[in-house]
Design a binder for this molecule. Structure first.
Ligand code: GAL
Length: 705
């Protein structure tokens, strides 16, 4: 019965998900909201749509355990049997995300408390304190009961722990949290004097003489100690992870061989997903790009690249997306015809091996009754249902791509610790927020068709000709040494502003910014010069020619030289210490000073952008891209067309071409292939309708004509 968990593919066990050949399709199914007669119709319609995996039980705790000492599994037994009879595999939730009323009333102290001391009430979901022993005990008990009952059920394919850790409640300031925080601090710092040094408590008379004096950073009269806040961020991610690990340990013990996941929430500040993903057998993600945002697909691509990167490029699962509109934005615009299909294909294009939804059948009651579903309120006559069925059929044609992988051509460094520290208060500017700093860099790469991987600061970088670090505010010397060695050995590093500022205690690296990056970058920062809201500073590229070949064979970009760019949010007064100046400030107080520099070190180069260039970022990034020989997945990509390539173990490639624009596009091809969506052989180009897509199977290199 027991099989090996090999999460290289979603066919993660030899006897379970292998029963689900090809790609996964389905969604959250909440059968407890419906009379059982409806279930029969559900499974019939699932077959029509090609649904092969459903997530059940996510919010079933109150139904499964009506009170402390009684259990009601009968309905779930019947449901899993029904799924099995109809060939639908089950992603079974541990049901712990919404503790029932009886538990809350028996242990009112498990409800979370805000920084202002308000205890949040029952009546929504996720109402628990991450450090509550009562909540944890009950959650682990429920998990064990489910695992023991269903571990051998033939429908069980995947365990789904909890739901979206960090959704609604990311922190709790109650006495239980205070106790847990103190325990965590003792483990991290050892003694109180070490904590005093780390937190810099000589400042404002904040010295502690015992751990018992320490509280969570509740609302205080003025700015709270920044290292206390940083440790709090770390603790809150760890406290939720401890809960997750407690459930995971039960599943690993009772139900070995069945893979386990929990649904992530894309690039979420609250949880250090590098650390979390170490405990997942499979990464899964919930993604809700806004159909009203014409650039939403760029952000989505970024999130999908992160999900793929969390486990080193292994296929991941889109656990939830909306078939059309959500119900939680102020204005919930549906997906216009074709958008659902295109965005679903985009997840596959970036490494997902399945597309699941919230939810299967639209609810008629509760807070999400206006949320779209695969099966809308109108039933099978609805446009949404037609799209569900059509896309299910298309997915079956794409089955062979399961397990294939993308290869990033460059790496983007992402460090949650640095993100948390960057966004603490009382900095030179509150406008330096990680997602907003990252987005223009990512958008520039996306626009140029360059596939990137995200990497943690501890990653080996050898395979990447180019590493991008839009911000490294918090940087320990070990990471700086690794980056320096990478450049000396021939790598190319591009570093964004306000980097190399603080150590892991959030203490400034003394002796001039950017601290441990100073020699590597060949510059020193004299003063930070944030740009007021609504203002910009001109930056002029000097015209230094890039000196490397491009991998796509195209000529290096000539256009950016001599160009005028605009910095926003941030600039710096810097002086060079060996670096050459590639761009200078051309207006304001800093006019004439270096803005963008390049330093040669060993066999490589290290670039520094001392300002935030917003929409103009790509015009600078063109230079290191050219120098590193990093080009597009496909040359001459028309505007709005996204191209990615998945590589199969046998050498075949799958080229995804997605037209996010409103006009037809012709995409020239270097190799003819077969469009898996239509079965048609392609010539030297593919024409994509507005919102159109193609998935081309290209033969292995040795089989090409
Ligand atoms: C997710 C959540 C689902 C559902 C969905 C609605 O964040 O996991 O349970 O609420 O949002 O968009």
């Amino acid at each position: 019965m027991t099989a090996t968990v090999t999460t290289d593919r979603l066919t993660v066990t030899t006897d379970r998900l292998t029963r689900v050949p090809g790609l996964l399709y389905g969604g959250d199914w909440n059968p407890e909201q419906w009379p059982e007669q409806v279930w029969a119709e559900d499974v019939k319609l699932m077959a029509e749509a090609g649904v092969n995996l459903v997530t059940v039980g996510v919010f079933s705790w109150a139904r499964l355990q009506p009170d402390a000492d009684s259990w009601d599994f009968g309905w779930l037994d019947r449901l899993l049997d029904l799924c099995h009879r109809h060939g639908v595999a089950v992603d079974l939730a541990t049901a712990t995300a919404s503790p029932p009323a009886w538990l809350v009333r028996a242990h009112p102290d498990l409800l979370p408390v805000t920084a202002d001391g308000v205890r949040l009430e029952f009546g929504s979901r996720q109402h628990y304190c991450p450090s509550s022993p009562a909540y944890r005990g009950a959650a682990v008990r429920l998990t064990r009961a489910l695992a023991e009952r269903y571990r051998h059920h033939p429908a069980l394919a995947l365990w789904h722990i909890h739901n979206e850790y960090g959704d609604h409640v990311q922190e709790c300031f109650c006495p239980d949290s205070a106790v847990d925080f103190r325990r965590w601090l003792r483990e991290r710092h050892g003694g109180i004097e070490e904590l005093n040094r780390s937190w810099g408590t000589a400042f404002w008379s904040q010295r502690y003489t015992s751990f018992e004096q320490i509280e969570p950073p509740r609302t205080a009269p003025g700015p709270v100690n920044p290292t206390q806040l940083l440790d709090w961020r770390r603790f809150c991610s760890d406290a939720l992870l401890a809960l997750h690990r407690a459930e995971k340990a039960v599943l690993d013990e009772v139900s070995p061989g069945v893979p386990v996941t929990t649904n992530f929430m894309s690039m979420l500040k609250a949880l250090d997903y590098w650390e979390w993903s170490r405990h997942e057998d499979l990464v899964s993600d919930d993604a809700y790009p806004d159909p009203a945002d014409p650039r939403a697909h760029v952000n989505a691509a970024m999130n999908y690249d992160l999900m793929r990167s969390l486990k080193g490029g292994r296929p991941w699962l889109l656990m939830e997306q909306a078939p059309s509109a959500v119900s939680w934005r102020p204005v919930n615009v549906p997906k216009r015809p074709g958008l659902y299909r295109l965005w679903s294909l985009q997840a596959l294009a970036r490494g997902a091996d399945g597309v699941l939804h919230f939810q299967w059948r639209a609810s008629v009651a509760g807070a999400e009754k206006f949320h779209s579903a695969m099966l809308p309120h109108r039933g099978t006559a609805a446009r949404g249902w037609q799209e569900t069925v059509r896309f299910g059929a298309e997915l079956r044609r794409l089955g062979e791509i399961a397990g294939s992988r993308l290869r990033g051509r460059a790496a983007v460094l992402l460090d949650w610790d640095s993100w948390w520290a960057l966004e603490l208060d009382d900095h030179p500017s509150a406008r330096m927020r990680w997602p907003e700093l990252l987005r223009p860099w990512y958008a520039a790469l996306h626009e140029r068709g360059v596939t990137v991987d995200f990497v943690p600061p501890t990653a080996g970088l050898d395979g990447y000709p180019l590493v991008l670090a839009p911000n490294l505010y918090l940087l320990d010397t070990a990471t700086a040494d690794r980056l320096t060695a990478y450049v000396r050995d021939g790598g190319r590093l591009v570093c964004g502003p306000f980097s190399g500022i603080a150590d892991r205690h959030d203490h400034i690296h003394p002796g001039g910014h950017p601290g441990p990056l100073r020699e590597l970058l060949g510059i020193v920062v004299d003063e930070h010069w944030p740009i007021p809201d609504g203002e910009t500073t001109a930056v002029r590229l000097d015209g230094t020619a890039p000196d490397g070949p491009r991998s796509d064979g195209a000529e290096p970009h000539a256009e950016p030289h001599g160009a005028d760019l605009r910095a926003e949010r941030w600039s710096e007064w810097i002086e060079t210490e060996g670096a050459e100046t590639l761009a200078r400030y051309a207006s304001g107080t800093l006019a004439g000073l270096p803005a963008v520099t390049r330093n040669r070190l060993g066999a490589g180069t290290a670039w520094y952008l001392s300002c935030h260039l917003g929409a103009d970022t790509g015009r600078v990034l063109d230079l290191p891209l050219a120098e590193a020989g990093v080009g597009a997945e496909l040359p001459d990509l028309p505007a709005d067309v996204e191209a990615t390539r998945r590589h199969a173990a046998d050498g075949r490639q799958y080229l995804f071409l997605l037209n996010h624009g409103g006009v037809e596009r012709r995409v020239p091809l270097d190799t003819p292939g077969t469009d898996l969506l239509t079965g048609a052989a392609t010539g030297d180009a593919v024409t994509l309708a507005p919102l159109g897509a193609a998935v081309l199977r290209l033969p292995a290199a040795e089989e090409r004509p």
